[in-house]
Design a binder for this molecule. Structure first.
Ligand SMILES: [Zn+2]
Length: 313
């Protein structure tokens, strides 16, 4: 579905419907309930762009030079509208975390709109309209900012995360569909060893890093996390926050790696205190049990009710 022509057609229909609804409601394309959500990281700024039902694209702007990047352009019209009306400048580069349509559908048109645009994706994935192919530890120069490429193959074999360490501000990590708040994406093209390598790379980044994932999935992923860790206080605190946010249709991103390392079960596979829950004694056992249980025991956790825990505040 995420690779096929029919998947692309379906994704484009969802985008078109969204635009038409906005126009009928008297909104221009760049109006959004996250218009004020600019995250200021001193030398760069990040703006979150919700697309479709659950997708997130992102703008990142270099503060000194004004250069504008888009991460995962799942659409064209909406993103160009924001670039024109909000940032008042062209998009100069695209960073693609992986090949799926809901993250990449806008690239072809963006190259037509901005003939000089540079588009980056993994050298291990066959994606049309990519000008620059990158791999592990490559550095992308963007204005005065350096973007580090981290290969995290498991969702797809060319999945990438992008890490930025601004001056005098916390780090920024775009994780696509590899890591979500409280969970990991599906392992479509990787095995548990790939997953472990990906986890260890993310765990090595500073705790203060802000994580920006590719989807609004917290209400789903946190059910599995809570099923495994019903008394984890930092998890219950996060659940409480998420429930309050979603009651007002607000997004639950970003998260920090400090938080994620404390309750995201996939980021806890090197934490031996977590092993008794899974009945394992090694990180390979932990990741394979997590992967097995999230499929096989779905009926046991899919109906868990996320709620507000007053004592967790
Ligand atoms: Zn995907």
């Amino acid at each position: 579905m995420y690779n096929s022509t029919i998947g692309r057609w379906f994704h484009n229909c969802v985008m078109r419907n969204r635009h038409e609804r906005r126009i009928r409601a008297g909104l221009t394309l760049h109006h959004s309930w996250v218009d004020k959500e600019i995250f200021d990281f001193n030398t760069v700024k990040v703006k979150i762009v919700p697309l479709g039902r659950t997708n997130y694209s992102y703008f990142m702007q270099d503060t000194a030079t004004g250069d504008l990047a888009v991460i995962d352009p799942g659409d064209h019209d909406y993103l160009v509208s924001i670039a024109n009306n909000y940032f008042h400048c062209p998009i100069s580069i695209v960073l693609l975390t992986h090949k799926h349509w809901d993250h990449s559908a806008g690239i072809h048109q963006l190259r037509k709109t901005y003939p000089n645009i540079i588009t980056y994706a993994s050298s291990k994935e066959q994606i049309p309209d990519i000008t620059n192919r990158v791999g592990e530890n490559d550095s992308i120069h963007f204005g005065n900012t350096l973007i580090r490429v981290i290969e995290t193959p498991v969702h797809t074999k060319g999945s990438l995360c992008f890490f930025i360490q601004p001056d005098a501000a916390p780090g920024i990590l775009f994780t696509g569909d590899t890591f979500f708040i409280g969970g990991m994406g599906a392992y479509f093209e990787g095995d548990i060893k790939d997953a472990c390598r990906s986890v260890s790379k993310i765990n090595a980044l500073p705790d203060e890093t802000y994580m920006f994932p590719g989807h609004e999935y917290a209400e789903t992923t946190l059910k599995y996390a809570q099923f495994l860790q019903p008394t984890n206080r930092s998890l219950l605190k996060k659940v409480t926050w998420v429930v309050k946010r979603r009651a007002r249709y607000m997004m639950t991103i970003p998260s920090t790696l400090r938080e994620e390392k404390s309750y995201n079960p996939f980021l806890r596979i090197y934490d031996t205190t977590f092993y008794p829950v899974l009945g394992v004694s090694h990180y390979l056992g932990a990741i394979s049990k997590l992967q097995e249980w999230r499929m096989r025991r779905r009926n046991e956790y899919k109906n868990i009710e996320l709620k507000i825990y007053p004592e967790s505040n």
